[in-house]
Ligand binder design. Structure first.
Ligand code: NDP
Length: 344
């Protein structure tokens, strides 16, 4: 059985969803009430691969909402409680979706293996970042040529280059895809210099200098909502792959030669018959999902019950090959630009 741990995109959405599901006592509560609400297993689902293999899974809502990010102890408790529930339900492999993997890493939850009388078994969890990185690279390879960008001549800015996903994307683009140049963007210089050494290339640049030079921009950092981008300084055409969470580039930039694509999203080959992706504002919630969630499904299909994506900067090209092959085999494809809209 696979599991997905997620959360609503806002407190308001969470309350609406709780009302729909009949959890009135929580729905009417204020943020303090939600802070003490336990995680809920809200949905069971069966997924059938084109290979004929069927797997079962469950969606656990952590009852975390982004408004709790500033409450360090609450955020930590929400993620650990949801993981404990997944383990108690004997789920083999569970993906940490949305902010939950970021909370896990940034708040160093590895130090908190004991939740009440449960010892969390890390092997049962994955961040899903390997599949996310592979999907983003494939989105670049498929969609850049569609808008007239020659990959071999392209300059690609990776915003969040030193992160878990960003560094994997850089490794793949420099060796497998063979882009002309990588522009490495992040705030801290030391990890950037280390990455540059590892890649034996790439130019370290501040964001505002990288953007006007880039044919493709891969966003794999959670950027502040207040971030301003001067559209008239961007190249035309320019492909923006918005892999961060939450996604907030579309409304600011789409149009006039700049094409924004939701990054790290995959589509299953048929309707799944679940409700959980409505929470995540997918265009086709019956088929589309975060690549990190799909990773848990793929590991279950492949009976690979291990914490496949774990810790920071451990994603290898071999792991990306494995999960990419499984993704295609089990009926997933990357979300791509709509050709007509892209060429308009
Ligand atoms: P990490 O925390 O490992 O990396 C974040 C990166 O962004 C670092 O390089 C960090 O470097 C950089 N960064 C952060 N803030 C800024 C800023 N203001 N300006 C420039 N660089 C910045 O995160 P992950 O790699 O795990 O995840 C990256 C993104 O992908 C997240 O937004 C996450 O939510 C999303 N994601 C999407 C998934 C999907 O399925 N679609 C799955 C998992 C994650 P520094 O601190 O030095 O600036």
């Amino acid at each position: 059985m696979f599991g997905l741990i997620g959360h609503s995109t806002s407190f308001e959405d969470a309350r609406k969803k709780a009302q729909e599901l009949g959890y009135e006592h929580i729905a009417e509560g204020d943020l303090d009430v939600w802070c003490s609400a336990p995680p809920q297993l809200v949905e069971h689902v069966e997924v059938k691969s084109p290979t004929g293999k069927s797997i079962e899974g469950a969606y656990i809502d952590s009852c975390f909402v982004p408004e709790m990010l500033g409450r360090f102890k609450t955020a930590r408790r929400k993620v650990l409680n949801a993981m404990e529930l997944a383990q108690k339900k004997d789920i083999n492999i569970t993906a940490l979706g949305g902010f939950t993997s970021i909370i896990f890493e940034n708040f160093n939850l590895l130090q908190h293996q004991h939740v009440r009388n449960t010892t969390l078994d890390w092997e049962r969890f994955t961040t899903g970042n390997t599949h996310t990185a592979w999907v983003i690279c494939r989105q670049l390879e498929i969609n850049a040529p569609l808008i007239g960008v020659d990959i071999k001549k392209a300059r690609v800015a990776v915003v969040g280059a030193t992160g878990d996903i960003g560094s994997a994307v850089c490794r793949w683009l420099s060796t497998r895809t063979g882009v002309a140049e990588l522009l490495l963007v992040a705030r801290q210089q030391k990890p950037l210099i280390e990455l540059q050494k590892e890649l034996k290339g790439g130019r370290i640049m501040p964001l505002e200098e990288a953007l006007p030079e880039a044919d493709v921009v891969v966003w794999v950092a959670s950027m502040p909502k207040t971030m301003e981008i001067k559209v008239d300084t961007l190249k035309s055409p320019c492909l923006m792959i918005d892999g961060g969470y939450p996604k907030n580039l579309d409304s600011k930039l789409d149009g006039s030669g700049v094409h924004v694509l939701k990054g790290g999203i995959v589509q299953f080959c048929k309707d799944i018959g679940w409700n959980m992706m409505q929470l995540a504002e997918m265009d086709k919630p019956q088929r589309e999902m975060f690549a990190c969630f799909a990773e848990a499904m793929l590991l279950e299909f492949e009976e690979c019950h291990t914490n496949f994506s774990w810790g920071r900067n451990n994603i290898t090209l071999e792991k990306m090959d494995f999960i990419g092959k499984a993704s295609v085999k089990h009926g997933f494809s990357t979300l791509n630009l709509q050709l007509q809209a892209a060429l308009a």
